[in-house]
Design a binder for this molecule. Structure first.
Ligand code: HEC
Length: 502
């Protein structure tokens, strides 16, 4: 008995010893992180001079690429190279570490948000007209993700008015005030920047979340809604000074905490609409100042499945929602909260890029599909697919304009990603296949306010925006840009042009 006890004791001693020995051989990722990275990326990996290093935020960066960034740094940025300081094993451990979720939900509440808020001291509040000669409603805002800059283009001369450094990794579409004066940018790491298109200056900035999906602006331009993945909430801000109006925790009716999949404004309804990413719920949040009792209250609608992406008809009475789980889409009557139809759409439609027009007197919408080379055209009176166009590969963006008979679609994925397809909105046929930059990714079209020119991105580090005559398809100008991932025409955005997504 005694001997057995002694043996057990020895075993018990051995186990922790073995663990320690093994641990010593493995690099201590957390300690390495604190020593070499925390100063720029934050003690808790929430970001600082450098971006947040969390799995949700790093989703678009492959692990191999992350290891390369750590070893070699990023040229002409503050990210240093660690190849001579850290072993390959240590770098591998750090990569594993930064792709590991935080042990608990980070705190980013009203206090932290308010502390991040910043209004530049030199803001001139007396300016009432543009301080440049360009048509303020025909400006283009171009997001260049290659080196995290934004360019502002004159939409008549296609001269660049200015180019400025943005927050790290802007994404989702920027949103404009109804008068077209201010634009709000949102970064992957939750930074919201208010920019004045009259003075060409940043006028306010703050951080509304840690990992943010997108933003929306209310119909009257007074409230900004921020859909966060981390923390799980929807943040409402004053569009005036970006102060917090309300933080709405994203908790489903069943009590489950969830990311917010996306938020949009439903202009005729005077509300924000959102869906949850981890629970089958649709939310409507009233911003109608006339309905004081219901202001900012959440109306919940239970859905048959989680909706990842959605689209509204012009009346905002119907929502078309795409669902991975249903392998298709549902049509929700937003007033009654009833699902009135299910659509079989193979591959996930990318409804966020949907555009609409009139075809044979009927309203139709067109959407590309993720993972499938097709474009579906759906009649919105009966919610039937009236046409399926086969494309050389899956596309990402679709664009048109009231003044052109054509819709333009890219082929974002696959070997044909240099092609641009032109669809005749009258015949629903692909009538042209354009190739302006063979071998390069060519994507994302935006029209000027008159629909005369289509601006196309050559989506590369040393890329460009091509200004193309929308009737003759000839290139009028090539403007060099660093990976121009999106461009937005003020007029088309504030008038809710049917040819562009919102
Ligand atoms: C002196 C500041 C600084 C230090 C120290 C630093 N970084 Fe960075 N890091 C940055 C900046 C700034 C960027 C953004 C670079 C850019 O603009 O592309 C960055 C980018 C990165 C990226 C790419 C993120 C993305 O979303 O593309 C990774 C990964 C990364 N750093 C990891 C690390 C790790 C791991 C360490 C510690 C070993 C570290 N960094 C130390 C400043 C720093």
């Amino acid at each position: 008995m005694k001997r057995l006890a002694a043996f057990t004791m020895a075993l018990m001693m051995l186990v922790p010893l073995a663990a320690v020995a093994k641990d010593a051989a493995r690099p201590h990722a957390a300690a390495l992180y604190q020593k070499h990275c925390a100063e720029c990326h934050g003690k808790e990996r929430l970001g600082g001079i450098g971006p947040a290093l969390l799995p949700g935020n790093l989703r678009r960066l492959r692990k191999k690429k992350a290891a390369k960034v750590i070893a070699q740094g990023r040229i002409s940025t503050q990210m240093p190279a660690f190849g001579d300081k850290l072993s390959e094993k240590q770098i591998a451990a750090l990569v594993k570490y930064i792709y590991t979720p935080l042990p608990q939900m980070p705190v980013w509440g009203k206090k932290e948000i308010e502390a991040s808020r910043h209004i530049p001291v030199d803001t001139d509040f007396s300016v009432t007209r543009p301080q440049h000669d360009a048509d303020p409603l025909n400006l283009f805002v171009v997001v260049e993700s290659g080196d995290h800059h934004v360019s502002i283009l004159d939409g008549d001369t296609f001269e660049r008015l200015t180019r400025f450094k943005s927050r790290y990794a802007l994404h989702g579409g920027p949103k404009f005030t109804p008068d077209g004066r201010y634009v709000f940018f949102q970064s992957r790491d939750g930074w919201i920047t208010k920019y004045d298109l009259y003075t060409l200056d940043v006028v306010a900035e703050m951080r509304a979340g840690i990992n943010t999906r997108n933003i929306a602006i209310s119909a009257d331009g007074s409230v900004i809604a921020v859909a966060n993945y981390l923390p799980h909430n929807l943040v409402l801000l004053s569009a005036d000074d970006l102060s917090v109006i309300r933080i709405i925790p994203a908790v489903s009716a069943d009590g489950a905490s969830s990311r917010v999949a996306a938020v949009y404004q439903a202009r005729p309804r005077h509300s924000f609409v959102a869906t949850l990413k981890d629970a089958p719920e649709f939310w409507e949040i009233s911003t109608d100042p006339k309905r004081k009792e219901a202001l900012y209250e959440v109306r919940r609608v239970k859905l048959p499945a989680i909706v990842d992406d959605f689209f509204f008809d012009q009346s905002y009475r119907h929502m078309l929602g795409a669902s991975r789980d249903l392998k298709g889409a549902i049509v929700l009557n937003v007033d009654t909260g009833e699902v009135i139809r299910r659509l079989d759409l193979p591959g996930l439609p990318h409804l966020g890029s949907g555009i609409t027009w009139k075809w044979q007197g009927r309203p139709v919408m067109a959407t590309p599909h993720l993972g499938e080379g097709r474009i579906s055209i759906i009649a919105m009176d009966t919610w039937e697919v009236v046409k399926t166009l086969k494309t050389p590969g899956p596309g990402f963006f679709l664009r048109s304009h009231e003044n052109t008979p054509y819709a333009w679609a890219d082929v974002f994925f696959g070997p044909d990603r240099d092609k641009m397809l032109v669809i005749d909105k009258r015949t629903l046929e692909i009538v042209k296949v354009l190739n302006y930059a063979p071998g390069k990714t060519v994507a994302h079209v935006e029209f000027d306010r008159y629909g005369k020119y289509a601006l196309i991105s050559v989506w590369e580090q040393d890329g460009a925006v091509l200004v193309v005559d929308a009737n003759t398809f000839e290139v009028k100008k090539r403007i060099p840009m660093k990976k121009p991932v999106g461009k937005y025409n003020v007029f088309n955005k504030i008038t809710f042009s049917e040819g562009t997504s919102h």
